[in-house]
Design a protein around this ligand. Structure first.
Ligand code: SAM
Length: 256
């Protein structure tokens, strides 16, 4: 594929080149389609590994267990995994706002939070990571798990993360990343391109959505490039830790 010219307004959706303005709509269709099966599919596709990675993210965040107030913004929070884990791991005055662009994913999340009896600790807001519907310096921490690769303009989402964090606030991102362990990379390719779309077809009747999810992982910048984008947004003490040989990674940055 030739390199896009300077005035090119196209972008990628998976491996397809599309107009930039089309992308978020296509992403939204994917999540509207997978919402009801999303949690089951996560387990099947990752062999349960996403649970360990999410536990690791909450361990890294280390929210207060006492009665100090703390406000987390869980962007692209989807069906609520991160917010629920956070609420269970923290004290009574630690609250979360889950923000997601998909009403279908939020509806599943609201149901799960109600079932867990945690409505007083977790609230929901529909919104785009690129234009967050919150005031400057509102939150103590910002998490985004498996969300940022779906966003069309990563730099805008990072600038928004920086804007809504208080001084001293922490940015944490859990995302699929780039494997550079020999053999593991081959196995990972096979799993990604051969196994996951078939599971998607069998369980959710939707191979294409799952093909997009896999392809979007490969298009996402590698660990170092993503860390540079986080620094460019103004964050300091930026670090990155690989999980499972780089299948996923946690990036961290501070607004100081
Ligand atoms: N964080 C959850 C988890 O780890 O299970 C959900 C991750 S799911 C793979 C990605 C989520 O990103 C979906 O719920 C989708 O609706 C949301 N999303 C996609 N684009 C977004 C955007 N521009 N702003 C906010 N959320 C977005």
């Amino acid at each position: 594929m030739s390199e896009p010219s300077a005035d090119d307004t196209s972008t990628t959706f998976g491996f397809r080149r599309i107009e930039e303005t089309e992308r978020q709509g296509l992403v939204n269709r994917v999540f509207a389609s997978v919402a009801e099966r999303y949690d089951l599919m996560n387990d099947l596709m990752s062999g349960g590994l996403h649970r360990l990675w999410k536990r690791d993210l909450i361990g890294t965040l280390n929210p207060p267990r006492g009665d100090q107030p703390f406000h987390l913004l869980d962007v692209a929070g989807g069906t609520g995994d991160i917010s629920l884990r956070y609420a269970r791991a923290s004290g009574p005055n630690a609250v979360a706002t889950l923000c997601d662009i998909s009403p279908e994913m939020i509806a599943v999340g609201e149901r799960r939070v109600a079932d867990a009896g945690l409505q007083n600790r977790i609230s929901f807001k529909e919104g785009n990571a690129e234009e967050l519907p919150f005031a400057d310096r509102s939150f103590d921490a910002y998490t985004i798990a498996f969300g940022i690769r779906n966003v069309t303009h990563i730099d805008k989402a990072l600038a928004e993360a920086y804007r809504v964090l208080k001084i001293g606030g922490r940015f944490l991102c859990l995302e699929f990343s780039h494997v550079d362990v020999p053999i593991l990379d081959r196995l990972y390719d096979f799993h990604s391109f051969e196994v996951i779309p078939r599971i998607g077809q069998a369980v959710a009747g939707d191979a294409d959505s799952y093909r997009y999810l896999v392809e979007s992982i490969r298009k996402f910048p590698n660990q170092e490039k993503f860390a540079a984008l986080i620094r460019n947004a103004g964050f300091e003490r930026v670090s990155c830790r690989n999980l499972t040989g780089g299948v996923a990674a946690i990036h961290s940055g501070w607004k100081l």
